[in-house]
Unconditional design. Structure first.
Length: 160
């Protein structure tokens, strides 16, 4: 079940996605929270330099593998402004991270991009559980998704 703490962390993800947008990156932000509710790591997209693998969810997986025990990773939650792409979902699964809570879905993103006459993502927009079966996943959340949609609209307008 989603509680006030979950919504606070999703709000932080939207703030990080806004920061990504402000630095010229696609608007995605993510937060790793341990079982006690402490934020362990947060990041946003860093793809503007040309490396399109610099997603925050992938960075979280790598950081967690280097800094947390397998039990700590399994008990953690990753919050994110947008549902993991297949690359990030696979990284999440490979390092054994726990629950994912996302503000907006990949299906929503594809629809928004289509509405904005923008090209679709270069990788299939699969649901996380198609990549990592059985992983606890919650989302999307309409209020947060609306804010994320607006960030994507702004990003596409900046691209021209």
């Amino acid at each position: 079940m989603i509680d006030e703490g979950d919504m606070k962390h999703l709000g932080r993800c939207v703030e990080l996605a806004t920061r990504a947008l402000e630095t010229g990156n696609p608007p995605f932000g993510s937060v790793l929270v341990d079982e006690k509710g402490a934020v362990r790591y947060e990041d946003h997209n860093h793809t503007v330099g040309g490396d399109d693998t610099q997603h925050p969810e992938f960075a979280i997986a790598r950081w967690a593998a280097a800094n947390m025990t397998p039990d700590e990773r399994a008990a953690s939650t990753v919050y994110t402004s947008g549902e993991h792409c297949p690359m990030c979902a696979a990284a999440h699964g490979w390092v054994g991270l726990g629950r994912i809570v996302y503000a907006s879905s990949s299906e929503q993103l594809v629809s928004w991009l289509d509405d904005l006459h923008a090209p679709p993502p270069p990788v299939a927009a699969l649901p996380i559980n198609d990549v990592v079966p059985g992983l606890p996943v919650e989302g999307p959340f309409p209020v947060m998704a609306a804010a994320v949609r607006d960030l994507h609209r702004q990003y596409q307008e900046r691209l021209g």
